[in-house]
Design a protein around this ligand. Structure first.
Ligand SMILES: [Zn+2]
Length: 294
């Protein structure tokens, strides 16, 4: 009797996907380092994607700065950097696929109107047959994912009104919505593992929902594994972010910055001054990550 062929296990592909709304700070370094270590610990491929689809929030030169910061911290990627601003044809194709499947509708509600009706979009325009003029395009969310496993947080249960929301795919200003772009790109890049900051934990329900729909339409792929890493809080207790002008990390402090980020990720490593190079330190960090999380 012939032996059953084992199902192919897709090899690990991870990514770091910053938006160029400012340089990397201590908090974004934690996300970058965590996704890098996880990819290396799995002998996987680590990609970098610049999420530049929201021009009003972008700062000129920030993308180049981010790439330089990654390099100066020894975080080298494995394939050419990709840019979301170049992927519009992909997003349009995915949108048209969803439209053809009857899974979208036009919504003309303003932010104020939505807010006046509740915290979450209530599907107001689902059956109103609006035309495209001045309208956002929303997903007709018929199979919402309400719970999922996260490697860091365990079982995550979402509030139904959040998970069930008909989220936006293309904004009223005609810019692509983050959810569509992220999922279309991760799916196309064959990402198996998403490791990022926990500010995106709750958006994962929507993203897995979209990923599941793409898989069904394509008759392919399994859902990615997720790990949402802790955020670094500033002295005011708020999340460090580009919007509240967190201090950019600089190359001169690379060893110290990496050490702080390792600590934030729960790794207890000797101080980088005990190693000859950043690469040597990072190698030890990969081993520590392997032992603890991989
Ligand atoms: Zn509406």
């Amino acid at each position: 009797m012939p032996m059953a062929t084992p199902a192919a296990v897709p090899s690990y592909r991870g990514r770091f996907a910053p938006s160029p709304s400012g340089p990397l700070h201590a908090g974004s370094l934690v996300a970058a380092l965590g996704s890098y270590l996880d990819a290396r610990a799995h002998h996987g491929t680590w990609l970098v994607r610049i999420e530049d689809i929201d021009p009003p929030r972008e700062i000129a030169g920030a993308a180049d700065t981010i790439l330089q910061q990654l390099e100066s911290h020894g975080l080298y990627w494995d394939e050419p950097v990709t840019w979301q601003s170049q992927n519009s044809p992909r997003y349009l194709e995915r949108l048209q696929q969803l439209q053809a499947a009857g899974l979208t509708y036009f919504c003309t509600c303003t932010r104020a109107e939505i807010k006046a009706r509740g915290n979450h979009y209530d599907g107001f325009c689902r059956n109103l047959q609006h035309g495209p003029h001045g309208a956002a395009i929303r997903l007709l969310n018929l199979q919402p994912i309400q719970q999922f496993h996260d490697r860091w947080h365990g079982n995550v249960q979402l509030a139904p009104e959040l998970a069930n929301e008909d989220f936006v795919l293309r904004r009223r200003d005609q810019l692509w919505a983050y959810q569509l772009a992220v999922v279309a790109d991760d799916y196309a890049s064959g990402i198996t593992d998403i490791v990022r900051g926990e500010d995106l934990l709750h958006a994962s329900g929507w993203q897995l929902t979209l990923w599941q729909i793409f898989s069904q339409l394509d008759q392919g792929g399994s859902l990615p594994r997720l790990a949402h890493l802790p955020l670094i809080l500033g002295e005011d207790g708020r999340k460090l972010s580009k919007q509240n002008h967190a201090t950019p990390i600089i190359a001169a402090n690379a060893a110290e910055n990496l050490h702080m980020a390792s600590k934030a990720l729960g790794l207890k490593l000797p101080h980088p001054s005990e190693y000859d190079s950043l690469q040597a330190y990072l190698q030890i960090a990969v081993h520590a990550w392997q032992g603890k999380y991989a």
